[in-house]
Design a protein around this ligand. Structure first.
Ligand code: ZN
Ligand code: ZN
Length: 175
């Protein structure tokens, strides 16, 4: 769930955000911002699909150029979790983190643990001036936790079946 600050950021008109970043307002840039405001953590292919759904035929390179420009100006963020394509998001510069399901790959935002960057103090900064800590929490989402519990049931059923077989054998010898 995006925080109220993130919602305020997202609700700002895309045109205003482009002008504030001194970028020319183009249909492709607007469509990219709108796609990411509607649906977070999209890879370039899904952003391109959303842009085409809005504008019709748009060259893939145009979408990639828009993504690169918006990223370089900090209007969109990007993450590249292990096993995922590079994903783009509208929420930027608030040092938020991500929780990712290992099974279905669902991704949700997690507000910064401390509220400012970097939210973790390095045990040894090696003399670096650290300005960001990128945290990814990995685990199982609620849906996959439920599925996980279901898949453990066959073990119980096998145990029941074994008991039944034993009972039948006991009755087998005719008396
Ligand atoms: Zn899941
Ligand atoms: Zn995010």
């Amino acid at each position: 769930m995006p925080s109220s600050a993130a919602r305020a950021q997202l609700s700002q008109e895309p045109q205003a955000r482009l002008r504030a970043a001194r970028l020319r307002v183009t249909p492709a840039r607007l469509a990219v911002l709108e796609a990411l405001a509607a649906d977070d953590h999209l890879d370039a292919e899904h952003v391109a699909q959303a842009v085409r759904a809005k504008l019709g035929a748009v060259a893939t390179q145009t979408v990639y150029d828009a993504l690169a420009t918006l990223s370089s100006r900090g209007l969109i963020g990007q993450i590249e979790p292990a096993g995922h394509n590079r994903l783009f998001e509208a929420r930027t510069a608030d040092n938020h983190h991500h929780v990712i399901c290992r099974v279905c790959r669902r991704i949700e935002d997690v507000d910064c643990a401390v509220g400012h960057t970097p939210c973790l103090t390095a045990s040894d900064n090696h003399g670096f001036l650290i300005d960001q800590a990128e945290v990814t929490y990995w685990g199982l989402c609620p849906d996959c936790r439920t599925t996980d519990q279901t898949t453990t049931q066959p073990t119980d059923q096998t145990a029941t079946r074994t008991t039944q077989t034993t009972d039948i054998r006991k009755k087998e010898p005719p008396s």
